[in-house]
Design a protein around this ligand. Structure first.
Ligand code: Z5A
Length: 215
């Protein structure tokens, strides 16, 4: 038995966490086992790596090393949390996954596609997302929303980068969605909370309907 692996991607402040929380409750109310996780993080080891990469402590060692650290955190999350949950038949909702590495370390970080492909294959070989919701929002609006939740902590290593970098990431996400239209569905995250929720529910309903047909 295999469950369903659904990832949520997008730039800063796009509304992923808000929608994951809402959707998890809805699916649980419908009787599903739901496992929510995030990247970098999700397990004790991966949360430790999260602190290192998001504080900027690894930045002086270069983007290649950061890519390796994100991959190491992902390997732990996949092995300890995601694969066991999928094997039980659970629905796994993951806040960021492999596309974040493609976009942040690859497209905007300048790590070679050879190295990114190698890391992705090594870590996600038998745990590929069945569905990815891409929350598309202008970086200007996303950073405005994210700033509301920074409070005293301030921006992290990626949020503090120049707006031009954030535009490169948005374009890279849209290119991934174009290249993999079966897996990736674009959500217009600029809409109201209510409208975004409706878009998310429609994508999820279509996904489960398609799964039921192919079962
Ligand atoms: N990273 C990487 O470089 N490589 C990798 O492989 C991975 C990650 C996995 C993790 O950040 C960072 O790690 C990330 C990339 C890098 N870069 N950054 N920054 P994180 O986990 O700390 O944060 P995030 O993933 O960027 O999430 P976020 O900024 O918290 O955004 P969000 O989860 O998409 O949004 P939210 O928290 O749900 O909403 C933000 C605010 O907007 C909040 O006040 C909401 O109430 C509000 N909101 C939500 N929806 C709406 C709508 N529709 N209208 C108006 N306001 C809204």
């Amino acid at each position: 038995m295999r469950g369903h692996f659904i990832t949520f991607e997008g730039g800063e402040g796009a509304g992923k966490s808000t929608q994951i929380k809402r959707l998890a409750k809805k699916l649980e109310d419908d009787g599903h086992e739901v496992v929510v996780t995030r990247e970098p993080g999700g397990t004790t080891g991966a949360e430790a790596v999260r602190h290192v990469v998001l504080s900027g402590a690894a930045q002086p060692f270069g983007t290649e090393l950061e890519a390796v650290l994100f991959a190491a955190a992902r390997a732990d999350n996949v092995r300890e949390l995601i694969k066991p949950a999928l094997a039980r038949g659970a629905i796994v909702l993951c806040d960021r996954f492999m596309d974040s590495s493609r976009v942040y370390q690859g497209a905007s970080g300048g790590v070679s596609s050879n190295m990114m492909d190698m890391l992705e294959r090594a870590v996600t070989e038998d745990a590929r997302p069945d569905l990815t919701l891409l929350f598309d929002l202008s970086p200007e609006e996303g950073l405005k929303r994210a700033a509301d939740v920074w409070k005293d902590d301030g921006p992290d290593r990626y949020e503090s980068e120049a707006l031009a970098q954030q535009h490169i990431r948005r374009d890279a996400y849209l290119a991934i969605a174009k290249a993999e239209p079966d897996r990736c569905k674009i959500i217009d995250a600029s809409k109201t909370l209510r409208t975004v929720s409706k878009q998310v529910d429609r994508v999820i309903d279509n996904f489960f309907a398609a799964q039921a047909v192919s079962a």
